[in-house]
Design a protein around this ligand. Sequence first.
Ligand code: SF4
Ligand code: SF4
Ligand code: SF4
Length: 152
Amino acid sequence: MVTVMELYRLLPGTNCKKCGESTCMAFAVALLSRKKNIPECIPILLENFKKQKEKLELLLLPSAGAEETGMIIHPELCTGCGNCVVACPVDVANDPRGAAVGCAPTNDKVIFKVKDGKVVALNIKECRRFGKNRVLCYACIDPCPAGAIEFV
Ligand code: SF4
Ligand code: SF4
Ligand code: SF4
């Protein structure tokens, strides 16, 4: 997975604030979380930064299968344990019974569901990483024993 430092090193590094962020490092963080887009850095559009811009574009290219949240589920790794179903705060927030939904959630606003022994992402637009007010949530990654959930 691409890191903030990798993105930062490709930026002009002048902290000119034209992107609306206070520093290039802050812009790199915003790029990584997909709150900002490369062209919002005005100086990087100049000819002398062409190569850096191309490298940034490559690094930020959405991987195959990634949703708008950047989420990729690797079905070949998933064991269907249901940990992510329970851990996702969207699920918990919408279910008055709290986290005890496990592998068989009845709430239709859950994001994950285990089907035929593999997890599937159903309501991806409910994910906290989706849309304008997205936040960098990691709650489904940490409890996955198989490393089957990735954000790019
Ligand atoms: S516009 Fe570009 S160079 Fe200026 S602060 Fe933002 S990221 Fe840095
Ligand atoms: S990133 Fe957060 S909100 Fe989105 S699916 Fe994972 S746990 Fe749920
Ligand atoms: S926590 Fe990981 S292994 Fe378990 S169901 Fe979710 S993605 Fe699959």
